[in-house]
Design a protein around this ligand. Structure first.
Ligand code: ADP
Ligand code: MG
Length: 254
């Protein structure tokens, strides 16, 4: 990092501190065109007397609108890194800046609010609620908003149309295939219109054809809807669909 950058960063931190005293969650502009910026990020897990060093001083810049695949051996820290970017976990040290927020300086409540409006989560296991229909599952994140029930329904229907499931609104998860369940999960991630999608092995449980459908859908979110996507994957075919492939090894990005 150059001296000018270091000074700029210090000013950012100072400014952020001032803002925090005034209004919570106010955006500040330090990253033209960069959505995700990590500096010197370390993560060590402690279990009893044992310390597991997972990330060891990581720098990462991801531009707005990028579609990135994150690969690496099992246990190399891919999920850990994704969780730090998504504000689900905090670094042991270093800074994590996403969509104009310094996540390491937000309190739990502010972080939860930030997550719900900024991030769409897609997991390997679809995490749908079995007693709710596809439409009700997709509507769930909207229950935290002030939208009327008819507006919520309309938005959930739109999201399900985007993923090609307009014909399955009242189906329950167990009446859907794995690929369709994942599409419902993507609609649920999409319904709040977040800037950033994080996907952790989104095709890990799917056959090739369903996996390809999910990958085509992620590509559509990126190209048509201009969403930034960070996807952890083991699947070389999945990684190839992304614009950039990054590899994590021994706590560092190669
Ligand atoms: P990957 O997703 O690349 O397989 P993870 O990020 O899940 O890797 O895990 C990286 C390492 O950190 C592993 O050795 C794992 O056992 C350890 N780890 C992950 N989460 C925790 C936790 N909550 N507590 C302790 N160790 C953890
Ligand atoms: Mg993982």
């Amino acid at each position: 990092m150059t001296e000018a950058e270091t000074v700029a960063q210090k000013q950012d931190v100072a400014e952020k501190g001032k803002e925090n005293g005034q209004k919570e969650g106010a955006p500040y502009r330090s990253m033209e065109g960069t959505l995700i910026k990590l500096r010197g990020v370390k993560k060590t897990y402690h279990r009893g007397s044992e310390a597991v060093k997972v990330l060891d001083g990581l720098d990462l810049d991801i531009p707005d609108g990028s579609y990135e695949a994150l690969m690496g051996p099992s246990g190399s820290g891919k999920t850990t890194l994704l969780n730090l970017i998504a504000g689900l976990d905090r670094p042991s040290s270093g800074s994590v800046e996403v969509a104009g927020e310094r996540l390491d300086s937000l309190g739990e409540g502010a972080l939860a609010k930030w997550r719900s409006r900024t991030i769409g989560f897609i997991f390997q296991s679809y995490n749908l609620i079995p007693v709710l229909t596809a439409l009700e599952n997709v509507e769930l994140p909207l229950l935290l908003t002030n939208l009327s029930s008819s507006e919520r329904k309309k938005r959930a229907e739109t999201a399900l149309r985007v993923v090609g499931l307009e014909g399955r609104l009242s189906h329950y998860p167990k009446q859907l295939s794995g690929g369709q369940e994942q599409r419902v999960a993507i609609a649920r991630a999409l319904v709040n219109d977040p800037k950033l999608f994080v996907a952790d092995e989104p095709t890990g449980d799917l056959d090739r054809q369903s996996a390809d459908e999910i990958l085509a859908l992620l590509e559509k979110l990126n190209k048509e809807f201009k969403k930034t996507i960070v996807m952890v994957t083991h699947d070389p075919a999945a990684a190839e669909r992304a614009t950039i492939i990054r590899r994590l090894n021994k706590g560092m990005l190669e």
